[in-house]
Every structure is written in structure tokens, then in C-alpha cells.
Design a protein around this ligand. Sequence first.
Ligand code: NAP
Length: 366
Amino acid sequence: MPRREFLVESRFQLDSSGGAAPVTLGVFGHTGQVGRVLVQMLREPTSGTNPLRWVFGFLANRHNILWPSEASSFSENRQGDDWILILDRFQRCPGPKILIDCTADETLPKLYPSLLASNIPVVTPNKHAFSGSQSFYNRLNRPEGGFVRCHYETTVGAALPILSTIRALRESGDRVWKFEAALSGTWSFILHQLHQGLPFSQAVRRARDLGITEPHPQADLAGMDLHRKALILMREAGYQVEPGDVLLPRWIPGVTFRPGLDRELFLNDLVKQDPLWSTSILEARKRGEKLVLLIRFDVHRGAILGLVSLPAGNAFAELRPGENRLEIWTDRYCDIPLSIAGPGAGAEITAFGLFQELLRVASRVH
Ligand SMILES: NC(=O)c1ccc[n+]([C@@H]2O[C@H](COP(=O)([O-])OP(=O)(O)OC[C@H]3O[C@@H](n4cnc5c(N)ncnc54)[C@H](OP(=O)(O)O)[C@@H]3O)[C@@H](O)[C@H]2O)c1
């Protein structure tokens, strides 16, 4: 692959001082749904006013790694557990660097602290690092002796400014004491399809085909994805919470998280759930209600995740397919909650959120 294909420059020029080096980007997951769109955006910045320049240091998926910025660009096969070797080589690239993790991998986040310690910020939609132990979350947000940290706005609500808004509220002295949130774009899409009359198994498959679900849909269906988002939100709101403090919902009989379960087998097996879902939807419709999947947090009662039936006309009941909504009550927003709503899933919008976050981070690493 010729080197120039990977050298991405904004069509805008640097400011007159002009001397800033391009930021070198290392990308894990460039062949995935989100990663592919992001890399495309980075290659073809067609609009926008940001004058930054960047080059790709490496692009890696599970099998291959490309080193386009080396003297002679080349690709090689991944060797099992070669994370450290890759990152070590990346750290030796000249100039400012940013690591972008577009995987849902659980191992890679364990290496974030060493990157931060080398002044390399991490930008990622991967929820694993921020929904594990509270102490690890703290390490990533307040790395010892440094200001470089992880940036993960897109882990909750894709490109919606949810985490940054909560952070800004807290930084200005406000206190979040309650929130309600429909944050599963997958579930709002699936429930919308069910209310339109589609069988459950087909609605899930359609969501997966459109790139709305997690890489393995069981992470959405068994509640893992929502559980992770609830933890991240509560932590951003300033609460110390361990994964075991928020109970996983058990709203679908037969759907539990089984690591390693084949994706096709899982999808095929969902046909068994179709009658149950048809009945629940029919009953809700008779009551003039709609089913919605909500996270409800209150400082006194903690967080509850589950399906609720809400009257038509309620803002959460009227969510469009793929839409997310968060309502936050704070000391300053105590009567009418602060609301944030919009598309909260999908590769395009998630990549766009990552792109925006990357620009903000890149402007600070010079
Ligand atoms: N899709 C969405 O709407 C959405 C929304 C918000 C957040 N997210 C998050 O974005 C991330 C990516 O989601 P996606 O839908 O793009 O997933 P995906 O389509 O399954 O892509 C995952 C990518 O990660 C790569 N990968 C997996 N394990 C890896 C490893 N050990 N080393 C290097 N690369 C590895 C895959 O490589 P191979 O091609 O070799 O398998 C693939 O390129 C996830 O963390 C997800 O939670 C997604």
C-alpha cells in the first residue's frame, strides 16, 4: 500500500506559525463498523474549520497490522499477544500521538495506563475500561502525575454530549442527584420495530444488520451494554460504584450472557422468544402504553435497569428508532430536568462523535 494513501492532511493550512508536527494516530479496529467509518473520515476531511494535521502510525485489527508511516510502509500478521510490542513501537513514533481503540476488546484497556504515562491520550468508544472496577476508572481519569487521560464520550449516547455535560455541571459545582435515561439505541430500535409488528427475532437481526447492535448482540440483549452505560454515567455523576452494585436486569427469559456463544446460534435461538414479546407488546398497546428500556438512578435508591410500560405521549415512550434520551435532575435543574436527546447508536454517528473528540484532543497534544 503506497505511503501517501495514509498521509492525511486537512485541506486547511496550519496557522501562520505553521510549525506544529502532525499528530500520529494508532488505530485498533479500523476494519470494524465504527473504525472503518472513522478512518474514512480521517482520510477525507471535506469540511470543518479545524487546522490540525495527522498521519496514521498503525492500523490494526485482530489479524493484521499496517505500519503506513514507517520509511517503507508494510503490513504484517498479528502474533497472538503482541499488544505490548505494537504499543512500544507506536510510542517510539516521533511527535505527538493519540491511540484510538475502536474494538470491544477487554485486554487492550489494561494497557491504557502505560500509554497515559507516556503522554499518549486514548480516544475510544470501548466501554470495558470505564465499567470495570472503580479504582481502574479512577486511574484512567486521574492518572498519577499527569494530565493526559482517556476520552470516551462516545461510550454513552454515541455523539451526544452526555458525559461532557455531566462533567461540566460537576466542574461548575452542581450536583447530580437523579437521572432517567433510555440509552440503548439497540433497544429503542428493537422496541420500535416490535410496536410496528415485527417479530422479536427479526427485529434483533435487522438491528444487527444495520450495525446498531454491539459486535455480539447478546451484550445488548442480556443487558451488559446498558449495565456498562449505567456504571459510566453514575461515575461521571460523581458516585463511587462497583459493577456488583448495579443489578443486571433479567427481562428476557432464556437470554443470559454466555461468553463465547456463537453469534448466529444466538440469533437463531431468539425465535423461541417471539410469542412472549408479541404478547407483551399487545398488552401494552391495549393499555395505550409503550414498552421502554430505562436506567433510573436516584441518590437514595441507587440505579435500576429494566423495561417499563409508559403512556403514549411520554417523551421516553415517543423515542424514535435508535434515539437516546437522558433527563438529569441537579441542584440547579431541580424542577425541570436538563434533557439531552438524539440518535445514540450506529456506526456513522459514533464515528462522527469520535472524530469530534479526536479533534478536541489533538488540538491539545501539540
Ligand atoms: N456500532 C455502534 O453503533 C457503536 C456505538 C457506540 C459504541 N460502539 C463501540 O465501538 C466499538 C466498535 O464497535 P463496532 O460495532 O465497530 O464493532 P465491530 O464491527 O465488531 O468491529 C470491531 C473491530 O475491532 C477489531 N478487533 C476486535 N478485537 C481486536 C483485537 N484483539 N485486536 C485488534 N483489533 C480487534 C475487529 O477486527 P476484525 O475485523 O479482525 O475482527 C474490528 O475491526 C465497540 O467497543 C462498541 O461498543 C459501537
